[in-house]
Design a protein around this ligand. Sequence first.
Ligand code: 6PG
Length: 244
Amino acid sequence: MRQTVRVFPTAADVAKEGAKILITIAREKPNAAIALSGGSTPKAMYEALRGFSHEDANALRAAQYFFGDERSVDNYHRDSNVALAVNEFAKALKIPYRQIEAPDGAAVNLDEEAARLTHRLYERVADNDAGIPAFDLVFLGMGTDGHTASLFPQTAALASSTVGFVANEVHQMNTWRLTLTYPVINSARKVVILCTGENKADVLKKIFSGTGGEYPITKIKGADVEWLLDAAAAAELPTGIGAR
Ligand code: 6PG
């Protein structure tokens, strides 16, 4: 496992770097398998992607997109991770909808939807030597409680051995989420964690000073994990952590 921490002056710089990494991988590998993250942070990256060249847009149109997680809402809801990506990125770049595997967070049976997504994962994403579908790139965010995707503290998905998606009850939010599990995320060729804002500084300090306990994001152990932080989120990192 290789983990690097890079610090940028602003959230916009983080977004641009995330976009550059996505473009690079999409240009290197047609039909690259990408998992997009949720929350609000990706919006700035989607905006950066809209500004790229025609060639880059062609490369992005050749990739296929999954989502690391989705809330229990339909794909048109303002809280939907799919809606954000479609409205801020896919439509503008004319990504064919057949190349977007959209979780249906409003499914009547989320366990069945998780199983459907897992089936599609095996159909569309090539396995690694261990027989696990290996994304070329997984984007993640981090909550102020150290969750990532919808792997929240004290929830069942943390211990899931399922290779794919699960429905996860997030009791602290009184909701259910669909989420990728650790076995798939940790099989990705590259994981990029986009983390910005001063509200993330305290958790990052605890994680990188070893006092973070069992924050779910500390279990992200893939081959190549790259944290992209802005100065505000990195403000309390221990000395020596984070290349500027
Ligand atoms: C979600 C996410 C979640 C998110 C973090 C950070 O659906 O909420 O996938 O893991 O990435 O909560 O969210 P922000 O980008 O809004 O800080």
